[in-house]
Unconditional design. Structure first.
Length: 161
């Protein structure tokens, strides 16, 4: 029987929108890898999504079972309740974060991960670690722009006057 890849993910934004970060812990047998990154202006939901994307993107061996644990109902429900399928069929109209959802779709199709929701800040060690990684990345004064978010925010403001 093949072992499974277990992934915990979390995202954070200080101010929401504001500086943001993502964190993920990937485990496979005795192997463990932590990843994180930050952006100067973004949202919590974008970072929750990006944590899942970045974790799946670094898997080198497709074909192994993958379980993802997230405290984001937004991410979990979009996959488990197949909101994402409906959004795709409707051409991503009025969907927030379409750039990231479009990035997640082929990864979800490739790896077919099982998504699990966990309560945040409930003492689950890997979830707490992801929260720490994401929060630290957001607090580290990140300078990298979240291009899609900043451009959409700018575009929304242009129609005001």
């Amino acid at each position: 029987m093949k072992s499974e890849i277990v992934i915990y993910t979390d995202g954070a934004a200080l101010g929401n929108p504001g500086p943001g970060g993502y964190g993920a812990v990937l485990m496979y047998g005795a192997h463990r890898r932590e990843i994180s990154g930050g952006f100067r202006r973004t949202t919590n939901n974008r970072m929750e999504l990006l944590a899942v994307i970045k974790a799946l993107e670094i898997i080198k061996q497709p074909g192994l079972p993958v379980s993802i644990f997230t405290d984001s109902k937004y991410v979990h429900d979009a996959i488990v309740k197949n909101w994402i399928g409906s959004w795709q069929r409707k051409g991503w109209v009025k969907v927030k974060n379409p750039d990231l959802w479009k990035r997640l779709v082929p990864l979800n199709d490739q790896f077919k991960p099982q998504f699990n929701w966990v309560k945040g800040h409930a003492g689950i060690p890997e979830n707490e670690r992801c929260d720490h990684l994401a929060t630290q990345a957001a607090k580290a004064n990140p300078s990298e722009p979240d291009h899609f978010y900043e451009q959409s925010e700018k575009s929304a403001g242009e129609g005001l006057f």
